[in-house]
Ligand binder design. Structure first.
Ligand SMILES: *Cc1c(COP(=O)(O)O)cnc(C)c1O
Length: 404
């Protein structure tokens, strides 16, 4: 805030957007290199999404979901559950954002085991460097210290491990205390786009299944095509017990989240005294549901997933160029998600942030995770825009390296 309030600092204000392009208060345009913090899917001002939100607005913007339902929510649940063949995830619980999608999954697992005669299953296992959101509960399974506030002494009982191999070193008692394992599949986003080894997710799912421990997949960032498939877990043929969705669910147009789960979990909550006392005022917002339905419609109508392989391959090729820069230490890519690690520079120099600011002058908006520059364009990005984005990043890195 001190830097923000300092004399001479003029905050950037975005006033409009079309496709991958955003315009600021002075009429300058930028490419949206991080999909407006990992949310946007089909670009800004998409006619199908805009029209769907307008049409919904003419009917009603929002109504309570506590003891009521409505058509957009019913249709959306039908479409979301239909995204997996055979509908193994047959039930949908709506909330507002990624953190609450995760909270909801964790609270369901704990209550499920509590009322299923297994109160000892009260611990949630997560991974080092994980990020699952900023509310107390979601942060308690996070593995990045700065996002946990002071003390870290709150939230759920958790057990944190660095990798899959460490599961083999847990004691029998620790394993029996587990209600669920939570992970960001394929790639840990806020850790700096860190990729899990290939096949890790599949092995983890098998480990959980053998012990009847729930698997919660946090696809808040990876969902809706980011990694090249509709969901990251589909690349390893894994179906979790809980799938947490938010950011891209509405194409990045409205705040909204969904937690998908199985018939088994749903049935665990039937009967007296088994109510799941959890809900938010804006649960299943009608405008949000309308936007999400429109986003799925665009996926079908514009064959968005079918067009991804060419874009992913183009990005891979463009990134090769960055790899050769002396200050680029590592380039990680998963679908249309890329992390470009620069340095080594002392952490306090914030050179990652400086490189992004330098790239801004070349028409790219993005934000780093420490010294990892993030490139995560909307799926609607063109090959030409991809090239401009990477060129701007290159300028940013080169200028920052020259000053170091
Ligand atoms: C962003 C994010 C969240 C939190 O979502 P919010 O909508 O910001 O609450 C949770 N998990 C992952 C993997 C995320 O990237």
């Amino acid at each position: 805030m001190q830097a923000w309030c300092a004399d001479g600092h003029e905050p950037l204000m975005i006033t409009s957007g079309r496709g991958c392009e955003l315009t600021d208060q002075h009429g300058r345009t930028y490419l949206d290199g991080n999909s407006s913090i990992w949310t946007n899917i089909h670009g800004h001002g998409h006619p199908t999404l805009n029209a769907a939100i307008r049409a919904q607005l003419e009917k009603v913007a929002h109504t309570s979901f506590l003891g009521f339902t409505h058509e957009p929510a019913i249709r959306l649940a039908d479409e979301l559950t239909g995204l997996f063949p055979g509908r193994p995830l047959s039930r949908v619980f709506y909330s507002d954002d990624g953190s609450t999608a995760v909270e909801c999954a964790m609270r369901m697992t704990l209550q499920y085991w509590g009322q299923d005669g297994h109160p000892e299953r009260s611990t949630i296992l997560s991974f080092d460097r994980a990020y699952h959101g900023d509310t107390l509960g979601a942060a308690s399974v996070g593995g990045i210290p700065v996002f946990k506030g002071s003390g870290n002494d709150f939230g759920y009982k958790t057990l944190r491990v660095p990798d899959l191999e460490s599961l083999g070193r847990l004691t029998e008692q620790q394993v029996q205390s587990l209600a669920a394992v939570i992970i960001e599949p394929l790639v840990q986003g806020s850790a700096g786009m860190r990729l899990w080894p290939k096949g890790m997710l599949k092995e983890l799912a098998a480990w959980c299944r053998e012990r009847d421990i729930f698997l919660i997949l946090d696809e808040v960032m990876t969902g809706f095509g980011r990694t090249g498939t509709m969901f990251a877990c589909q690349q390893e043929e894994v179906v979790p017990d809980f799938l947490c969705l938010a950011k891209g669910l509405t194409g990045g147009y409205m705040p909204m989240a969904a937690t998908l789960t199985t018939e088994r979990v749903f049935e665990g909550f039937l009967g007296a005294g088994r109510t799941f006392y959890y809900g938010h005022s804006y649960t299943a917002s009608q405008l949000g549901c309308a936007a999400a339905l429109a986003s799925l419609q665009v996926f079908r109508e514009e064959q968005v997933l079918e067009q991804l392989p060419a874009k992913v391959a183009c990005l891979t090729e463009l990134l090769e160029d960055l790899r050769r820069l002396p200050r680029v230490m590592d380039v990680r890519q998963c679908g249309l998600v890329a992390g470009i690690e620069v340095g080594p520079w002392p952490a306090g120099e914030l050179r990652g942030a400086k490189a992004c600011l330098a790239a801004r002058k070349h028409g790219l908006l993005t934000r780093p995770v420490l010294d990892t520059l993030v490139l995560m364009p909307p799926l609607s990005v063109s090959l030409e825009e991809l090239a401009r984005m990477v060129a701007a990043l290159r300028h940013g890195i080169e200028e920052t390296s020259a000053q170091a």
